[in-house]
Design a protein around this ligand. Structure first.
Ligand code: ZN
Length: 349
């Protein structure tokens, strides 16, 4: 089969690989739609070290091709969504409620990390009964595929942000995860959502997904403007959706005492992440810093799919580009270099 791989740090290309075979609890899925993620760029850039000839990608849907002898829930022909994070559900971390950390910190992240990813004609799913979900008839593949990572991670930002109904929320950066954090904040009942973003098409999407106010950090000071919008109080919840030290520090500054800084960002550089001491209340302001990694699992995926089935949200507005799998090299370049006002790139198999 054809697979799109990271040949070495900074270099991608196609490769022929054998179609994978399932273990007793596993499944093989024939890929139908996939999305390119900023994390794929981090990986190719060397973020997780050298991964020679590793198949890229972790956001996909498809049709079950083969199942292992112990798989009960799925059979060949089922249309399925697979979480980007596919935990080992027997691990104590999963039993403790932190499935994404199974095996090691971030150990639930297997695709394009500890095993081949989904940018291939077929891919392998461990613990299929726990890590896949059937896609409802009314939800098309190109919509369902957003649940693998974007909805799960973005909504996690809102969920871990502990947003009170009617509360105030700032979402810092309106990339695809930030946009879904914005949508998640609205679904959670936020009373005021402030979207921080400078790119016009992302500002527009932010408003569509629920932002009441847009703050352009290139034109105004985010701390000052957020203070004005919250009568000097600060927000209940600040969601970090960029993965940058400056953004994280802003989140700490604009969160009121007792509030939550909810991180979805990937901090891939530097040794330390800074916390502004005074605005952290010298360590005593009851500000919670919450972190997490894209929750996976069948129950999670089924819940996210229900949001789409009942038309609470249309994530396909984020699809700015569509490419055939044969053209994924170009697709990757568009996503990687953020060309042509890209938000999210869909790959059709
Ligand atoms: Zn992703």
């Amino acid at each position: 089969m054809k697979a799109f791989v990271m040949k070495q740090i900074g270099q991608v290309g196609f490769m022929e690989k054998p179609v994978p075979r399932p273990g007793p609890g596993d499944a093989i899925v024939r890929t139908t739609k996939a999305l390119i993620c900023t994390s794929d760029s981090h990986t190719v850039g060397g973020g997780i070290g050298p991964r020679e000839n590793l198949t890229l990608g972790h956001e996909a849907v498809g049709v079950v091709h083969e199942v292992g002898s112990e798989v009960k829930v799925f059979q060949p022909g089922d249309r399925v969504l697979v979480g980007a994070i596919t935990p080992d559900w027997g691990h104590p971390a999963a039993q403790d409620g932190y499935a994404s950390q199974s095996g090691a910190p971030l150990g639930g992240w297997k695709f394009s990390n500890s095993k081949d990813g989904v940018f291939a004609e077929y891919f392998h799913v461990n613990e299929a009964d726990a890590n896949m979900a059937k896609i409802p008839d009314g939800v098309p593949d190109e919509m369902a595929v957003y649940c693998a990572d974007m909805l799960s991670t973005g909504f996690m930002g809102a969920e871990k942000g502990n947003i009170p109904i009617g509360g105030t929320v700032a979402v810092l950066a309106q990339g695809p995860v930030g946009l879904m954090a914005t949508a998640g904040a609205r679904l959670r009942g936020a009373g005021l959502i402030i979207g921080v973003e400078s790119v016009p098409n992302r500002q527009k999407l932010a408003r569509t997904y629920g932002a009441d106010e847009i703050v352009d950090f290139t034109r105004e000071d985010v701390v000052t403007r957020t203070g004005e919008l919250t009568q000097g109080e600060g927000v209940d919840t600040a969601i970090e959706a960029l993965g940058a030290d400056a953004t994280f520090q802003t989140c700490v500054k604009i969160t009121k005492p007792g509030g939550t800084i909810s991180n979805t960002g990937y901090f891939g550089e530097g040794e330390l992440v800074g916390i502004p001491r005074v605005e952290w209340g010298v360590g005593m302001a009851d500000k919670t810093i919450a972190t997490g990694l894209c929750p996976g699992g069948r129950l999670r995926m089924e819940r996210l799919l229900r949001v789409l089935e009942t038309k609470r949200l249309d994530p396909t507005l984020m699809t700015t580009h569509t490419f055939r799998f044969d053209d994924i090299e170009r697709a990757f370049e568009v996503s990687d270099k953020k060309l042509d006002d890209v938000v999210k790139v869909l790959v059709v198999f």
